[in-house]
Design a protein around this ligand. Structure first.
Ligand SMILES: Cc1cc2nc3c(=O)[nH]c(=O)nc-3n(C[C@H](O)[C@H](O)[C@H](O)COP(=O)(O)O)c2cc1C
Length: 507
């Protein structure tokens, strides 16, 4: 052995010996005391388990929340690459239950160009005469994800991506940051922490709310009651992510867990919620809505009853499925609290439809709806728009490492580490976000055509069947128990949409 070889061997042996001594003397990990040095492999393998499974072990449809096929569709769409598949479906239809099949017509409409706009069928805020009512330009928009849980470059990439695709970005409950101010229009979310509109005591401050709205291109306000992944809990940004910048925006101490309470202090019942909506709408002129996961039914009955009686209340309702994402949540909340989207949304829609309110209210859905099949079914169930959260993250480079809660996201999307965020280039990733958003939107328009409908909003449950074990097919209308006309915009909105579509076709 050469002189260098001997030195390296001695150094390596010294490191191994030092690690072995450390392992034998520490008391925290039995496995290291029992298996010094070797025991570290267990921790290392556990740490890289998700990546190992993702790249080597699992097949195309096994992983969750998003399997390889789904991620590949998002990645290739965002990079404007070939997003087709070859050889046929590898889904296991013979075993699947309630597998969604889209009913095609014999003579589908020709596909519109990819860039063709696909606006919402309803005018947001029109039913309550809000001065700044508007027709959202896109049926696909970006879901609430705060600066804090996401990095600055990620928020910027999404904001610029939204601008490119002509869609809205919901801010998340962490307030409006500089990273949100790159031209993309916003839905400003107000959570229980009232970040950006709070007094020093943590109460809601209307004056500050009006100032916030005036400071950015805010088109609507979303009052967050809950989100699917942690319904009943407030928000949490772990201490490692609470940098000086985030602390300043939120008005909280640096380097401590930033918690928002589980409920609002500005109201404590349904009438109070309706008052809060009306106060915000009157002070800003904007449409105002709520976001909620779905648990108990009496809340929704009460809300619909009070809206009917008062002729007031939210202009839109965002229903978030229990399978939705989060920056950080306890396992049991993510896994077991609040209904999944397919059970949750029809319940809420029915509650308003039975009172004749469904044509006036704008319905937004979220919870793994960033894929063509799930989004189309959501439109069939009555969503006017879908919000995409994690799918938008994937489009800007997220690899589903599931480390959002640790502050050590390897792709710089959900971390505040300057080293890791340095790898995320907003110039490049904003283009990818735009490409993904437009691909999803145009795929929805194409699927509507396949169902013989001129626009995704005109897709109803007659366009679907649910198949069990590859043989028993049941019409979706029967499964969900929808009345005729449910899931569609009013005749007046349909007529207005037809005129807009004609304009699009002509130009
Ligand atoms: C990193 C991260 C942060 C989030 N932050 C918020 C938030 O501030 N407010 C909120 O209402 N929902 C938040 N959500 C939930 C999303 O807005 C969305 O409702 C949920 O992820 C379902 O959509 P998806 O399946 O397309 O991700 C967050 C989700 C993620 C993954």
């Amino acid at each position: 052995m050469t002189r260098w070889g001997t030195r390296w061997t001695t150094a390596a042996a010294a490191v191994v010996a030092a690690v072995a001594v450390h392992d034998l003397r520490q008391r925290r990990h039995a496995i290291l005391r029992n298996f010094p040095v070797l025991g570290h492999f267990r921790f290392w393998l556990e740490a890289i388990g998700p990546e190992l499974r993702q790249y080597i072990v699992t097949d195309n449809d096994q992983e969750r929340p998003f399997n390889r096929d789904q991620r590949r569709w998002i990645y290739t769409s965002s990079k404007d690459l070939n997003n087709l598949s070859g050889f046929g479906s590898d889904n296991n239809l013979e075993m699947a239950e309630e597998y969604v099949i889209i009913r095609h017509v014999a003579f589908p409409a020709p596909a519109a160009p990819k860039e063709a706009p696909v606006p919402a069928a309803k005018v947001l805020g029109a039913a309550h005469g809000r001065p700044k009512a508007f027709r959202p330009a896109s049926i696909v928009n970006i879901s609430a994800m705060s600066f804090g849980s996401l990095s600055g470059p990620a928020v910027e990439a999404l904001n610029r991506g939204a601008l490119g695709a002509g869609c809205l970005q919901t801010t998340g409950e962490g307030g409006i940051a500089e990273h949100h101010r790159h031209g993309g229009e916003l839905i400003w979310q107000i959570g229980t922490g009232y970040f950006g509109c709070r007094t020093t005591a943590g109460d809601f401050d209307l004056g500050r709310a009006v100032d916030q709205v005036a400071s950015a291109p805010v088109r609507a306000i979303e009052i967050k009651l809950s989100q699917g992944a942690k319904a009943g809990l407030g928000g949490v940004v772990p201490a490692i992510k609470v940098t000086a910048e985030i602390a300043a925006i939120r008005g909280v101490p640096v380097g401590q867990d930033c918690l928002s309470p589980p409920r609002h202090r500005a109201f404590d019942d349904v009438d109070g919620l309706v008052d809060f909506v009306e106060t915000l709408a009157a002070a800003t002129g904007l449409p105002v809505g709520i976001k909620s996961a779905v648990g108990e039914q009496p809340f929704w009955d009460d809300l619909a009853d009070r809206m009917l009686a008062r002729g007031e209340g939210p202009d839109f309702v965002t229903v978030d499925g229990g399978e939705g994402g989060t920056g950080a949540a306890p396992f049991v909340f993510a896994d077991h609290v609040s209904l999944p989207f397919r059970a949750a949304f029809p319940r809420v829609y029915r509650t308003f439809a039975e009172r004749g309110l469904h044509e006036d209210l704008v319905f937004i859905g979220s919870g793994k709806l960033g894929l063509p099949d799930t989004a189309l079914l959501a439109m069939g169930l009555g969503c006017d728009m879908v919000n995409v959260g994690r799918e938008a993250m994937l489009s800007i480079g997220c690899i589903q490492a599931q480390r959002c809660h640790t502050g050590r996201c390897p792709t710089g999307v959900a971390t505040q580490s300057p080293w890791l965020t340095g790898g995320l280039d907003p110039d490049l990733k904003s283009v990818r976000a735009t490409a993904y958003l437009m691909a999803l939107r145009s795929e929805l328009a194409r699927l509507a055509g396949v169902c013989g409908r001129a626009h995704p909003a005109l897709v109803d449950l007659d366009c679907f069947e649910l198949v069990d074990h590859g043989r028993r097919a049941v019409p979706a209308r029967e499964v969900f128990g929808y009345e005729p006309g449910w899931g569609l915009p009013s005749p007046a909105d349909q007529a207005a949409l037809a005129t807009i579509q004609e304009d699009v076709d002509v130009h």
